[in-house]
Design a binder for this molecule. Structure first.
Ligand code: HGY
Ligand code: MN
Ligand code: MN
Length: 412
């Protein structure tokens, strides 16, 4: 079968249309997991998929599977996935591009009357970002059997709203049983979220691995008090203690030249009033590194830092690890297929490691898998001015079609 050409204009239109849901005035997205905007974006994708005859399954975490049958109904399906949720002031393409490129693949197969042996499924994973409900990559982690639905449904956002009630409110609290053994392989296509491809003028990133990532929730309990009367000596100021942690985390990251990352991106102050010494602070520490030994060193340094700050300030510091996403290596045969597909599609490519985490991290070990990157402007992501071009979007989708069809014909 000749590889059908994707429809660049249709893909660009669907990316434009779906980005209306949760659009911010500055041109980005505020589409938090299981928000009404997440529901509207899902509805848009589900409508487009059912229009071309796909069937829809929704699991208890709201993971939404859009299926196009193959000639062999009993064959395991080829799965393509990513996410529609964004950061609070995020971009229009992180995750969303991967879902819409998957939809375009289904549409291209349909409009070209192409027939595959294996069923093809596109999945919208719930809550990849973890910005509203922790941890990140939650829907894919549920699919991988790492959490029960009950446990995740009870997770709350800062307003105390649970994931379960949020999914119910947008009609994505499903009951379909979908398990990894129904699938033969997994592809995820994504923007690079870094500057390499654009800077080197390369069309396609052939992703070989994703670096490890750990999240720690840190609770600091001091003593709040009147800022005008509470003496400086002996204060147990939770925010002053947190400030020492923030700068110590910075030092941990800087000690890992080049590729390590250490970030405090979430911090809540209570009571957060200008004339009250803060009694409580919650912050999240994120550590990343491709080598597990280096990640272990960074973790040990973090625990030592917390102990030092606690003894120095008298503020009680508790820490709970909430995410441990190990460095994962993708499947060599699929990596080769993506590389060959880029070449067959007339595109340049380079092999690379992903600095960002992805739903694919949770799928590792369950089936053969790999990822494809397209460039993004100035490498910017998790920001409202995240941007791509229509050509980049089309190039990636074409390579995805080529690679999936190669797997379909090679797989037994
Ligand atoms: O945090 C990450 O790496 C992903 O973009 N959510
Ligand atoms: Mn993403
Ligand atoms: Mn992201």
């Amino acid at each position: 079968m000749t590889t059908p050409s994707i429809d660049s204009a249709r893909l660009w239109t669907s990316l434009t249309e779906v980005s209306r849901y949760g659009a911010t005035p500055a041109g980005g997205l505020n589409r938090l997991a299981a928000s009404i905007f997440d529901g509207q974006a899902r509805d848009y994708v589900v409508a487009a998929a059912t229009e071309i005859g796909c069937t829809v399954r929704i699991d208890p975490l709201g993971n939404t599977f859009l299926r196009r049958e193959g000639t062999d109904h009993k064959a395991k399906a080829i799965l393509i996935g990513s996410h529609l949720d964004s950061q609070p002031l995020g971009g229009k393409y992180d995750g969303i591009y991967g879902v819409m490129a998957g939809l375009e693949l289904l549409q291209s197969l349909q409009t070209s009357n192409s027939v595959t042996t294996h069923p093809i499924e596109v999945v919208v994973w719930t809550n990849e970002e973890g910005a509203r409900f922790s941890p990140a990559m939650m829907g894919a982690a549920y699919f991988a059997g790492k959490f029960s639905a009950e446990e995740l449904h009870s997770r709350t956002d800062v307003e105390g709203v649970t994931l379960g009630e949020s999914l119910r409110a947008i009609n994505y609290l499903g009951s379909d049983f979908v398990s990894p053994d129904q699938f033969a392989s997994y592809f995820e296509i994504h923007i690079e979220q870094g500057p390499i491809l654009e800077r080197e003028g390369i069309d396609i990133g052939v992703v070989t691995a994703v670096q490890g990532m750990r999240w720690f929730r840190v609770q600091l309990s001091g003593q709040s008090g009147h800022s005008g009367t509470y003496p400086m000596e002996g204060r147990r100021d939770a925010l002053a203690a947190a400030a020492q942690i923030v700068s110590g985390v910075q030092t941990i990251g800087l000690a890992q030249p080049e590729i390590g990352r250490a970030t405090v991106g979430h911090l809540l102050v209570t009571p957060n009033s200008p004339n009250v010494v803060p009694g409580n602070v919650e912050l999240m520490v994120e550590l990343r590194h491709p080598e597990v030994l280096a990640l272990n060193t960074m973790t040990d340094e973090l625990h030592a830092l917390l102990k030092t700050v606690e003894s120095r300030t008298g503020v009680v510091i508790e820490v709970k690890q909430e995410l441990d996403s190990a460095t994962i290596h993708f499947t060599p045969e699929l990596i080769d297929i993506v590389e060959a597909s880029a070449t067959a599609s007339g595109m340049s490519s380079t092999r690379m490691i992903s600095g960002a985490g992805h739903d694919a991290c949770q799928i590792a070990g369950l089936m053969p898998l790999t990822m494809i990157f397209i460039p993004c402007v100035d490498g910017i992501s998790h920001a409202e001015n995240e941007d791509i071009t229509q050509v980049w979007a089309a190039n990636g989708a074409q390579v995805l079609v080529e690679a999936v069809l190669q797997v379909d014909s090679h797989l037994k």
